[in-house]
Design a protein around this ligand. Sequence first.
Ligand SMILES: [Fe+2]
Length: 356
Amino acid sequence: MNRRSFLKGAAFVAASVAARPLLASPMAEAGEEAPLRVARDFSFGPDGSFTLLQFTDTHHIIGDPRSKRALDCVREALDAVRPNLVIHTGDILFGKPDMESALEVLQLLAGSGIPWAVALGNHDSQFGSTRKDMFDLIRSLPGCVNLPPKEGVYGSSNDVLRLFGAQGIERAFYLFDTMDAVILKGEEEIHCYDYIRHSQIAWYRAHSEHLAQENGGQPVPSLAFFHIPLREIEEALISGTILGGTNGEPPCPSRLNSGLLAQFREMGDVQAIVTGHDHDNDYVLDAGYMYYIYGRFSGGDTIYNHLGREGYIPSDGPTAPGTVSGCRVFRFQEGQPGFETYVRLYGGEIQQRLEL
Ligand SMILES: [Fe+2]
C-alpha cells in the first residue's frame, strides 16, 4: 500500500471521533487526557513554500576547540538556507558547563530571527542541570516556540506546530521528548533508553483528533520529530528500502516498544519520523507504511562521527578531523501532500535530494 492510500484509508478513524469544538491557537481548553495547546502556527511564504531546517546532535562544549565546527555549521546553514522554522532534535551539548554550552549553540538560533524549537536529547540533562532547568533556559531565549511542559504529560519538549495554507491547515509537526535512560525494576531489571509513555501518546492522540476535525475529518499530514528512534526501525531496515544517505551504524532505540508507531498508524496522519541520536546515520528509509528519516549530524569532534570521512567503512575508528557535519532540510509546497528533503553539508554541498 502506498502512503497516500494509507492516509486515505485511515481517514475514517479520525472522522469517527466525537465532535468537539474547534480550538483556536494557543489551545487553552483542557481535554480528557491532556491540555490541548498549539505551540505556534505558521503559514506558507509568498511563493507557496515552507522550509524547515533540522539540526541534530551538535554536542557542543563551550571553549573546546573540537566544537568549533558545530558552531560554524549551524551559523552557516542558518545564513544559507534562511528557513521558516528550525527544529533541533537534541543532544545540543556534551559537557560542562552545560548551560553555557547549550547557550552558545542556541544563541545562534535566537539571533537568527527565525522561529525555532527543540526536541531534547538524552545528553541534554546529563551534565548537571535538570531537564526542567535546561528546558526553561531554552524557552527563555528569543524565537523559541516551545511551550512550558504540559502538566501530566511525561517529559518536557512535547509540542505541536501547525502550518496553514489559504484553504486551511495543511501540516502538523509533532515534537516528542524521548528523555534519557530508564531502569525498570523487577526480578530482572531492564536498563535502556527511555520509552514513549502513555501520557505522551494520549497527548498526541488528543491533538491529532482535533487537528483532523479542523481539516474536515481528514488526518492532517504530519511529521514527528524526536531524538531517539523507535524500536520498529530495526525491522524496517530489513523489510524497507533506504532511498538515500548512509547507514553507518545500527540504530540505538529503547529496548521497550510502547506503541507510538501503532498510534501514528491508527490516527493516519504522521508520514515521517525524523530523529537524530545515531550520528553515523543520515538515511531516509521507506518502510512502506512510514518514512524513517535521520537528520545529519551537526556537531564537531567532541563525540564519535564518521559521516563524510573519505573511505569511511562503518566500523570502529578514530574520529577524523574534517568529517563533514551538516543539517537536513524539508521543503513543503502549499496544496501538495508530499515534501522534499535533502541534506546540506557544512560548506554547501547538497546530498540525497528526495521527493517523498
Ligand atoms: Fe548524540
